[in-house]
Write a protein that binds this ligand. Structure first.
Ligand SMILES: NC(=O)c1ccc[n+]([C@@H]2O[C@H](COP(=O)([O-])OP(=O)(O)OC[C@H]3O[C@@H](n4cnc5c(N)ncnc54)[C@H](OP(=O)(O)O)[C@@H]3O)[C@@H](O)[C@H]2O)c1
Length: 326
């Protein structure tokens, strides 16, 4: 019987368990995907612990907002896809019902794209949320252009690393922020044009030095919290700040500087087929040219999914995405 990860109450990683149940669907307009691997995202930890912004109905909640696999069955009315096609899942807004932590899931056919050639299964599992978020926030939302100085917080993480590569692909200048001097060399190797370590540097002073005194054109903030105050000072007048992550749950200050500020949620773009087509084209081109390559920190198996959550929760994912193979 196919296996699926479920949880019946909110709590630590131990609340997740394996259930065996028939693979559902696909209904009209849906495809059923045999999942080969999925990445673990901070949102999964929030859903499991009961702290996600959207309510999670219990019991028997599923998890997983991204993954890759092959099409296993086509629902009535589906055209343009074949059984056996390797695909990436692009949006699972109802992850608590159809999540990718499973051997099978059925989703609307419009929410899969062809798996880019040249990626192995773990890389394909790790690419979508990180790179679509970075592309959507920086290119679609902030209008990033060649030469822009782009300040990226939490640059060591999955989305931050993707943002550095996306900025470089466009010809912009990615400036990474980390809390730890010890991570500077790794971030330089990962593509940062400059790295600011906040344990010994002042962001405002450092960004002026790295931008010839002008300040950042775009700030991509994956942390938010009180530290956003320093990012606002590091941006040039008229710059754009996109807040896409909330790793620091404390309130952010009200900005007193003349910036354009967006709060970014990926579903704004990943549920729009026109934007998804642009995202897929950008990713395919980047992978083909060698400009985009997801960094994998560690790979777990479905039996070790609780360990995968602990790894991310303890911040041990210092080199990229956490992936689970099914
Ligand atoms: N808006 C969207 O659609 C969307 C999509 C995907 C993810 N997100 C959000 O984006 C954020 C980043 O996701 P991710 O997958 O890249 O996470 P991740 O891989 O777990 O990133 C972890 C990195 O963030 C930094 N960090 C962690 N806690 C921090 C804190 N309190 N203050 C400052 N830095 C901190 C650390 O870097 P250093 O140790 O080097 O400082 C750490 O290595 C999350 O909040 C996630 O929920 C949003």
């Amino acid at each position: 019987m196919p296996r699926v990860i479920v949880f019946d109450k909110f709590g630590g990683p131990e609340v997740m368990h394996v259930a065996e149940e028939p693979a559902a669907g696909p209904a009209d307009g849906e495809v059923r995907v045999r999942i080969e691997a999925f990445a673990v995202n901070p949102l999964d930890l929030m859903m499991r612990s009961g702290t996600s912004p959207a309510p999670v109905p219990l019991p028997h909640a599923r998890l997983g907002v991204e993954g890759t696999g092959v099409i296993d069955a086509l629902g009535p009315g589906v055209t343009g896809l074949e059984i056996g096609d390797p695909v990436i899942l692009t949006a699972i807004p109802d992850a608590s019902a159809r999540g990718s932590y499973a051997e099978y899931t059925s989703i609307p056919a419009s929410r899969v794209i062809a798996r880019p050639a040249g990626l192995d299964v773990t890389e394909a599992a790790a690419i979508w949320v990180a790179y679509s978020t970075a592309y959507g926030a920086l290119v679609e939302k902030a209008g990033m252009r060649p030469g822009d100085y782009v300040l990226i917080t939490a640059a060591s993480g999955g989305v931050g690393r993707a943002a550095m590569q996306v900025a470089s692909q466009v010809g912009a200048v990615p400036i990474a922020v980390t809390r730890h001097t010890a991570k500077k060399d790794d971030l330089t190797a990962a593509g940062a044009a400059a790295v600011i370590a906040t344990d010994h540097e002042d962001i405002t002073e450092a960004i002026r030095r790295h931008t010839g005194g002008t300040g950042a054109d775009i700030v991509f903030d994956l942390v938010t919290g009180p530290g956003q105050q320093d990012l606002l000072k590091a941006a040039r007048p008229g710059a754009t700040l996109v807040a896409a992550g909330f790793l620091d749950p404390r309130p952010a200050p009200f900005p007193a500087t003349p910036l354009t500020i967006y709060r970014y949620m990926g579903f704004e773009h990943t549920l729009d087929p026109v934007v998804v087509r642009r995202m897929a084209a950008f990713l395919n081109a980047g992978v083909h040219l060698g400009a985009l390559r997801p960094a994998i920190d560690k790979v777990f198996t479905l039996d070790d999914v609780a360990e995968a959550h602990r790894h991310l929760e303890k911040g041990l994912n210092t080199r990229g995405k956490v992936v689970v193979t099914v």
